[in-house]
Design a protein around this ligand. Structure first.
Ligand SMILES: *Cc1c(COP(=O)(O)O)cnc(C)c1O
Length: 425
């Protein structure tokens, strides 16, 4: 048997560290062997053994339309025949930038890059360059990609591995990173270049901003002349048609994007006012560049996704998720566990507990629930029933536009059974 998940993972581990190109995929925090995906279609993925799963990973939010959407596939087929990268300006990058700028009030310019990590790293450099200040504030449990200065107290895989940060990051690299608890407005001073925040924290499972938190950050940044950076790599063009600004009515100085805007291809972007962005090379002194930045395939896919993601679709998706969250809580409860399923727009978290608990408001509270040991057996019981959740308790569920009400209804029985399994594990 060579075409099995076990065989592929075995082969992978020989030539790729841990068998994966991103640690969360390794199943380390839930145990077992990862399934190796050969194809995806809509809400489903299929592994090398031919097993189909209803997929709530959706590339951690990169697939808003679901996998292999016919329009995205058609766009890519056409785009690929024209050449895949040139090192020269292309119409596609202009079209995607125009669509983004059109949607988000106050976003006047964007620079396209190739990942969320790059977007946030570059936005921080821009903020430091534009303010002439060194220090940045980030919040515990927020994940901003794996650049040196931002890994500290990170959510997602960093939290799953139980790491405070990473080996190989020098003390110097984080000396100017100030870590604060989420949902408390820190008191800033004039040494702070920027405050970086996930407007909905979606890498410590789901933690919503409490009333006044984002407004408070805005006011505190204004008081000391610091820039407010929204890391919208997850929330951008997903939380709502125009993202977190539209949803919360708070306007940052800089936005970071990724995931959704690449339509499943590697992309990222950061942007803000024309004035602020004029600090970037070639106009200004802040250097930033990329051989594959604004890649024609990625921008074509991204533009196709944004064109299909109309305001109405966000409303539909939010309503579907809100209903699903309530039903899932009931299903888990019928299996004898407590589920918390906080919802913001179409974003949905899932915490499991034995006793009633309140929804976490910061990393310390999220950690108690994520580390209580219930998720591991729940995850595997769901997987056995054809439902693929993220292989880690710190991730959220991504419901795509391809998940139908019927798809979601099928999860409920599995969830009740999985809760009963996890309860006795
Ligand atoms: C995924 C993510 C990133 C990093 O994006 P990559 O494309 O993985 O580099 C940054 N910020 C947030 C909020 C993310 O969820």
């Amino acid at each position: 048997m060579t075409n099995t998940n076990a065989a592929w993972f075995e082969r992978a581990q020989r030539v790729i560290p841990g068998g994966v190109d991103s640690p969360v995929r390794s199943f380390r925090s839930v145990g077992g062997t990862p399934y190796t995906v050969v194809r995806g279609e809509g809400a489903y993925v299929e592994d090398v053994e031919g097993t189909r799963y209803l997929d709530f990973v959706q590339s951690y939010g990169a697939s808003l339309l679901g996998h292999a959407h016919p329009d995205v596939v058609a766009t890519l087929r056409e785009a690929v025949t024209l050449g895949t990268t040139f090192g020269a300006p292309t119409p596609g990058e202009v079209l995607l930038a125009e669509m983004m700028v059109e949607r988000v009030a106050g976003l006047e310019q964007v620079r396209l890059v190739s990942s969320g990590t790059e977007a946030v790293m570059s936005a921080v450099r821009l903020a430091r360059g534009a303010t002439g200040r060194d220090r940045i504030v980030k919040f515990e449990g927020c994940y901003h990609g794996h650049s040196d200065a931002l890994l500290v107290a990170g959510g997602s895989g960093v939290a799953q591995m139980g790491l405070p940060g990473s080996a190989g990051v020098t003390a110097g690299a984080v000396a100017d990173t100030v870590v604060a608890p989420y949902n408390v407005v820190p008191t800033l001073d004039e040494t702070i270049a920027a405050v970086l925040v996930e407007p909905v924290a979606a890498n410590m499972n789901l933690v919503a901003p409490v009333a006044g938190f984002l407004e408070g950050l805005r006011a505190e940044c204004d008081r000391v002349g610091a820039l407010l950076i929204f890391d919208e790599v997850i929330t951008g063009f997903r939380l709502a048609y125009a993202g977190a600004e539209q949803y919360f009515h708070v306007t940052p100085d800089l936005w970071c994007f990724g995931k959704v805007i690449g339509g499943g291809l590697p992309v990222g972007a950061f942007g803000g006012s024309r004035e602020l962005l004029s600090s970037l090379a070639p106009l200004g002194p802040v250097y930033q560049a990329g051989t594959l930045s604004g890649n024609p395939l990625a921008t074509a896919a991204g533009a196709t996704v944004l064109a299909l993601a109309t305001p109405q679709r966000y409303v539909e998706l939010s309503q579907r998720v809100a209903r699903f969250a309530l039903e899932l809580v009931d299903a888990v409860s019928s299996g004898g566990l407590v589920a918390l399923a906080p919802v913001e727009g179409p974003l949905m978290g899932l915490y499991l507990a034995r006793e009633p608990a309140h929804a976490p408001t910061n990393f310390a509270e999220a950690k108690v629930l994520c580390d209580n040991g219930l998720y591991r057996s729940f995850f595997h019981a769901m997987l056995e029933r054809g439902v693929a959740l993220a292989p880690g308790a710190y991730e959220i569920l991504f419901v795509s536009l391809a998940h139908s009400d019927d798809d979601l209804a099928r999860v409920l029985d599995a969830a009740a059974q999985a809760a009963a399994v996890a309860r006795h594990a």
